[in-house]
Design a protein around this ligand. Sequence first.
Ligand code: NAP
Length: 572
Amino acid sequence: MQESTVSKPIDAADELDAVIIGAGFAGLYQLHCLRDQLGMSVRVLEKADGVGGTWYWNRYPGARCDSESHAYAYYFSAELLEEWQWSERYPGHAEIVRYLNHVADKFDLRRNIQLSTKVVSAHYSEAANRWVVTTEAGEVVCATYLITAVGCLSAANVPDIDGLEDFKGQWYHTGLWPHDGVEFEGKRVGQIGTGSTGIQAAPVIAETARHLTVFQRTPNYSVPARNHVLSDDFKRHCRENHKDIKAIMHSTPNGHAFTISERKVFDVDAEERQAIYEDYWKDGGLRFRSCFQDLLADKAANDTAAEFLKSKIRGIVKDPETAAKLSSIDHPYATKRPPVDTNYFETFNRDNVSLVDIRANPIERITPDGIQTSAGHHELDIIVFATGYDAMTGPLLRLDIRGRDGQTLQDAWKEGPRTYLGLTVAGFPNMFTVTGPGSPSVLTNMPVAIEQHVEWITRCIQHMRQEGAERIEASPEAADLWVNHVNDAANATLLPQAGHSWYLGANIPGKPRMFMPYAGGMVRYRTICDAVANNGYEGFRRNDANASVPSAVASATVGPFTPNTEPAAPGI
Ligand code: NAP
């Protein structure tokens, strides 16, 4: 693919220093850094008609962040931290959208954000050393730098099930939820999927639906969220201590604002262990994962947590057959992203809710009136697909991105994603991928990862401009080293043992099986990224000169770990 295929000539295009795709957490902050710190001309192209990214789209019933609100925020601005107040322990989607709109206004970002603009392609022109970005409307924008801020969980996965086109009712994917809501009153609803989303949605849908049938392929652990309204004292504490809170978030592998215990599971006897699990269960949320440091490193240790959580399910769900289906979980705890719920298991005690095990009796097809499994037909008015995403790679591969010599990203990643630091791709000069595959993002509290990625990219571009370098590109050797390190980091944990996890791409038929996020923890990742920069951007070719060997990656270790550098606990 050569430049001639670009739909408009470059000299007819808008010229900018940088184009950012996406106006969520990442795109907004990247715009602020490049425009207001480096003085660059920047435009954000966003397909939605508002800012918010993930939270613009995810408005399904019960949509709420599992990271605690005081940690699910930008920490770059003391003023912002002191003026914004969250209302609940976990922020609901509407409050997060309000927050991001507040940020857009506060930093006067809107004037450089072009909404309702879907990018269809981004091609690198070697001759011009420019990225040529084309929108669905045929507009062409040209920039030295391309920064993708498209999210990791934004390419909705609607499974290819026979008959969907003939279904007479309505169907929705949770990640593309109608903004004027869905009326469930008096309806028979079928929900496919029991990941973090499905586990949040089912209890709320069940409150108004005539009947809710949950179609479960893989049963899941879940810990109660214990959401509550935040007290004035806690809000004041957050305002007055944000520096200390940030220090905690930057010291933990998962970027949350709580530390992970240094205790190991078998340091204590069974009785004490049970009491510890009970305490963390009562506290609720992702903190449960932090009660022992070795839950993701030692299968026998993990088994004790898994059994505790399974016994909770059996204790909550009254019908023994339903309880057995919900608790027959075959992966170690937290090797899939651990959901957090409000009354999920309790929902199955309602008369208007039933559970269908589609691993035992698979869906055969969707009929005009419902869903046919191998065991029978379920009449439905509405189908809710809580079936997740083509994660991490999907949002990038659905764009037509082409680098040097017209090489497509699809081609470069045909055997699985290959990045350097999760932020750059060999053969794609001056392109940066915020939260790209190979970054820790989805295994951490996302805003912490995003701030690190954006600040690293900003510093890199600043360095180039100071040096007069026009082009930076990861070397293939550096990418190979990084991919090996990402694999080693995952294999030092139990994470790959969940063979059906989206972390491995297993939820998408035909997707290469490869552990995508970096599981070495945010602290270690930050250290490596800083060392790469401090060593003169090792592993990068600048102005096509040879790249140095990335010693920071070559010498990076994986487990065993102290609490502050142990494998990341899955975050958002
Ligand atoms: P998910 O974790 O991928 O779960 C999708 C569910 O749909 C799984 O139960 C999956 O079963 C099922 N499924 C997928 N394809 C299917 C098919 N063809 N037939 C039947 N069942 C199918 O997706 P998600 O729940 O949307 O969550 C994705 C990620 O988003 C989370 O892991 C988390 O990182 C993030 N998230 C965060 C929050 C939050 O912070 N509040 C909320 C929601 C989501 P299998 O397990 O068998 O594949």
